[in-house]
Ligand binder design. Structure first.
Ligand code: TRP
Length: 376
């Protein structure tokens, strides 16, 4: 290998990824997100959002109140959105894909049932877009193994898999996510704060591509730097008061029926104090149910708690069950119809894949031009 590249900027990057989650940087991102919210209101057409999910199971209310509801809101405000069903990411930390086709279609049913409109939101599967995945090669040339090993999200994922040896795909998945974001020229990625290092990685890749390989058109970089849109969403926990996650069996799925929801909530953890209050730090389990009731009925949690008063855990569970079942009834009815029509779900996916594929081909053309690798 020759070493004729310019002075490598790589040394600074571990710091910049770590910096992405430092207090001062977080404050800046919070402030910038508030400003972006105003810019969206003023001119939604300035933005393109990319976000997505791994098809590993049914979406639950943690997803709904954490990110999904906000995606629908962004769509309604007129922001062009690309949504990746990250099937290739599923194999980063597990041996097989599972019943992947069913899971992808189930995710599609969730998306459409909550109100994502396929005419306004482009929903596509990772593995269907070769030109997106091809960006991985030049992008990998722009990062070092040391910086990937330091990446906080890679570390967190590796910890979550319990010391299992790390696959090359897990090590490099932030670069793959950078390709997800950059292929469609997205400039906005709605994230929780744990995901900020990802976004920083995408910004680093975009900048280095420009520094190293140049520009397809001389006036502007091929990739614009995406920004984070930090969500102010309340953090809904599972029915045991811990992080809501399928593996903990503490979820309420969007697609659950009313009776199952009632049964799951009946088993939710509460405490012996009959006076219901909203005190997330002191009474996490009870407060989480109060929060869920509040979110599902569009009310203030303190008000919900005061209304239940000394009714105890039983009354709290009745209130939260009713609120959830009422809010989700239309979504669930729609979801059942959609799930019964896999041909329709497939058609929506085919349409999204065609649209994403077109965008990806244009981007790869620009990348090839910038890299002087156009031979056809
Ligand atoms: N990692 C996300 C998840 O765990 C899914 C995802 C894939 C994503 N590519 C992305 C999110 C790019 C934001 C940006 O569900």
């Amino acid at each position: 290998m020759t070493t004729d590249t310019q002075a490598s900027p790589h040394d600074a990057v571990g710091d910049s990824l770590a910096e992405a989650t430092s207090d001062a940087s977080l404050q800046r991102t919070v402030a910038r997100s508030a400003q972006i919210e105003q810019e969206i209101t003023a001119d939604p057409a300035r933005f393109r959002v990319l976000t997505g999910d791994r098809p590993t199971g049914n979406l639950h209310l943690g997803h709904y109140f954490g990110t999904l509801a906000n995606r629908v809101a962004l769509q309604r405000r007129g922001v062009d959105t690309f949504l990746v069903v990250a099937d290739y990411q599923v194999i980063a930390d597990r041996d097989g894909v599972g019943p992947i086709r069913e899971r992808v279609l189930s995710l599609m049913a969730d998306y459409l049932a909550i109100g994502l409109d396929p005419e306004r939101t482009t929903i596509f599967t990772h593995s269907s877009i070769p030109e997106l995945n091809q960006l991985m090669l030049p992008f990998l040339s722009l990062v070092t193994d040391a910086e990937l090993r330091r990446n906080p999200t890679v570390k967190a994922e590796a910890d979550a898999t319990g010391g299992r040896p790390m696959s090359g795909l897990l090590l490099t998945y932030p670069v793959h996510q950078a390709a997800d974001i950059l292929f469609c020229n997205a400039n906005l990625v709605p994230v929780g704060k744990d995901q900020l290092p990802h976004l920083e990685q995408a910004r680093v890749v975009a900048r280095r591509f420009d520094e190293r390989y140049g520009r397809a058109q001389s006036d502007r970089p091929v990739f614009r730097a995406p920004e984070a849109l930090l969500s102010g969403a309340a953090n809904l926990l599972g029915t045991d008061g811990h992080k809501m996650s399928k593996s903990r069996h503490n979820t309420i799925e969007i697609g659950m029926d009313a009776d199952t929801t009632a049964a799951v909530l009946k088993k939710a953890v509460t405490d012996s104090d009959r006076q219901i209050t909203y005190d997330p730090a002191g009474r996490p389990e009870v407060s989480n149910l109060v929060l869920l009731a509040a979110l599902a009925s569009g009310r203030d949690p303190h008000e919900v708690a005061a209304e239940i008063g000394d009714g105890g855990g039983g009354a709290l569970k009745r209130v939260v069950t009713e609120a959830v079942n009422e809010q989700f009834a239309p979504i669930r009815a729609r979801r059942t119809e959609l799930a019964d029509d896999p041909a329709y779900l497939q058609q929506i996916l085919t349409q999204g894949n065609a649209r994403a594929g077109e965008v990806a081909r244009q981007t790869l053309d620009q990348v090839r031009a910038a890299m002087r690798m156009q031979y056809a």
